[in-house]
Design a protein around this ligand. Structure first.
Ligand SMILES: [Zn+2]
Length: 267
């Protein structure tokens, strides 16, 4: 790898690491980090998108500038936006800053952007390099990309299974077949998602709590899918102090009389 490429990659990896600091907080927005160098290649600012409604990564980096960015370089792991959402378009800010080189990992799949952000930068005379650390950036924002391309949420199916393909004893006596380490990993994985879904049987048999154990300030929504609505009168999920619980049932098969068992604080 040429030295130049190595240096560019180093800064983009830094932008990706910054982006990942927003993990669990930015939804429905993507994870984005931005790094700005001055014309001599010195780091003069950086930022990341912290939360939906807060400034985008590029805007945060411009707000934190320690020096003049004109003639400098911006590294950002997702194409800068060109539409006005809750915050103004980042493309305008980049153009007016005088930066003349932008490295972008991947295009934004959001149809309001989808290459237009890059075109606007190029039309303004800025050199845009697309594709640096593409693999890492696709992985980082896989749920955001999936939702934009397919119009539905990205889901992960999780279960614990023994090496002979079993999930528990038939008589229900087995409790944990996982270790403390794997359970703590599950809490970490949950923090990346907006909702955790279980079926009615899991609620009846396991009475789970389904939180991240404090890893995420806003706990994911806990969702129960049930055909019968035959859910227990007492359940940990009925305590909504930690997180909201949502019941989804099929009115053609459920006994709606059971609804009165479910506390009012449950959605
Ligand atoms: Zn933006």
């Amino acid at each position: 790898m040429k030295l130049d490429n190595f240096i560019h990659k180093k800064w983009m990896i830094r932008a990706i690491r910054l982006a990942s600091l927003g993990r669990g907080f930015t939804s429905p927005n993507p994870l984005v980090g931005a790094v700005i160098l001055d014309k001599k290649g010195k780091l003069i600012s950086e930022g990341f998108h912290q939360k939906s409604g807060m400034p985008h990564a590029e805007a945060m980096a411009f707000n934190n500038l320690k020096d003049d960015p004109s003639g400098g370089t911006l590294y950002v792991n997702l194409e800068p936006c060109c539409h006005r959402g809750k915050t103004p378009p980042c493309v305008d800010r980049i153009i007016s800053s005088g930066i003349n080189k932008v490295f972008v990992s991947i295009k934004d799949p959001d149809l309001r952007v989808a290459g237009k952000g890059i075109r606007l930068l190029e039309n303004a005379g800025i050199e845009v390099n697309l594709g640096l650390c593409e693999k890492e950036s696709l992985e980082l924002n896989k749920s955001f990309i999936y939702r934009n391309l397919n119009g539905c949420s990205y889901g992960v199916l999780k279960w614990a299974m023994s090496i002979d393909g079993r999930v528990g004893l038939k008589n229900g006596e087995s409790k944990w077949i996982t270790t403390e380490k794997s359970r703590s990993l599950v809490h970490k994985l949950r923090a990346d998602f907006d909702a955790i879904i279980i079926g009615g049987n899991t609620l009846r048999k396991d009475n789970p709590i389904l939180t991240t154990r404090g890893l995420k300030k806003i706990e994911p929504l806990r969702v129960v899918f049930t055909r019968t609505l035959d859910l227990p009168i007492k359940a940990k999920l009925w305590d909504t102090e930690l997180s909201n619980t949502l019941i989804v049932y099929d009115s053609s098969t459920a006994n709606e009389g059971y609804l009165k068992r479910i506390p009012n604080n449950v959605l």
